[in-house]
Design a protein around this ligand. Structure first.
Ligand code: NAP
Length: 256
């Protein structure tokens, strides 16, 4: 299947490591140009090498509207076009209801959610011009709950709602908007979370055993395959969808 992504330009927040890193690498393999908004220098330069220079790192921790505007401006100045964005940067920061406080909650929602809107907002003129696509990386926790993480979950749920809302608003421009819900993906963030348990290996095995398809974690590349397909013209009649790439974790009986 030719995804026809050659020389198309995509902005990926958190695009150097983990799921975002796999999306950037996959885009390079398709001849596309990833713009990685991510402070992780080492991983970003490996991807730039892989792309033989046809990639860009914007080394910031995206938070404000002003930063998002600058990301769009710098991308346009460097490559002259934007064909899509992947809103991906975020972290499960464990700000709960009981063990949390209003300031920490507000900050967690802001960190995990607001830049999704900001990037989409400032990229819109370009997305209109090129009939671009938006992919929002949410989480199965938005629909299952997790416990002890009210801020992160608020953001992940809102990302699903915004996916539907933007899909509707952008219908007249043929801009497609979809969300991916990963469940258990072994990334640097996941690795550091698993290390917080007294016996990380045992905990990892316990979680893997609950994943119906193959009793294994989803790989970042498996999430990337879906994201890249959704960005491409091959997904030309898919919009407003919430796609679970999770080995059946969310919907199938986990005792299988
Ligand atoms: P990860 O391993 O931590 O990689 C994320 C990358 O994004 C890192 O390079 C990180 O830099 C960077 N980053 C974080 N916040 C940023 C910001 N505000 N601006 C720019 N860069 C930022 O995370 P991941 O596991 O790949 O997660 C990616 C997305 O998938 C998140 O939205 C997460 O909620 C979602 N997700 C993941 C899982 C899973 O099982 N892994 C499950 C459900 C949903 P630093 O390392 O310096 O922070």
């Amino acid at each position: 299947m030719n995804l026809n992504l050659n020389n198309k330009v995509f902005i990926i927040s958190g695009g150097a490591k983990g799921i975002g890193g796999a999306i950037s690498r996959g885009l390079v393999e398709e001849g596309a140009i990833p713009v990685m908004v991510d402070p992780s220098d080492k991983e970003a330069s490996e991807i730039i090498d892989l792309a033989k220079g046809k990639a860009l790192q914007i080394p910031i921790r995206l938070f404000s509207a002003e930063q998002a505007k600058e990301v769009i401006e710098l991308t346009l100045k460097t490559f002259g076009r934007i064909d899509g964005i992947v809103n991906n940067a975020g972290a499960n920061d464990g700000v709960g209801l009981e063990h949390g406080n209003p300031d920490a909650y507000a900050n967690s929602v802001a960190k995990n959610l607001f830049h999704y809107y900001y990037l989409a907002h400032y990229a819109l003129p370009q997305l209109k011009e090129h009939q671009g696509a938006i992919v929002n990386i949410s989480s199965k926790t938005a629909v299952t709950g997790q416990g002890s993480t009210s801020g992160y979950i608020s953001a992940k749920g809102a990302q699903l709602a915004l996916t539907r809302e933007w899909a509707v608003e952008l219908l007249p421009y043929q801009i497609r908007v979809n969300a991916i819900l990963p469940a258990e993906v072994y990334t640097p963030m996941y690795a550091s979370w698993i290390q917080s348990f007294p016996n990380p290996e045992e905990k990892l095995q316990e979680i893997s055993n609950r994943i119906p398809l193959g009793k294994r974690m989803t790989t970042p590349e498996e999430i990337a395959s879906m994201a890249i397909f959704l960005l491409s013209e091959k997904a030309s009649h898919i919009t407003g969808q919430h796609l679970y790439v999770d080995g059946g974790y969310t919907h199938l009986d986990r005792s299988l």
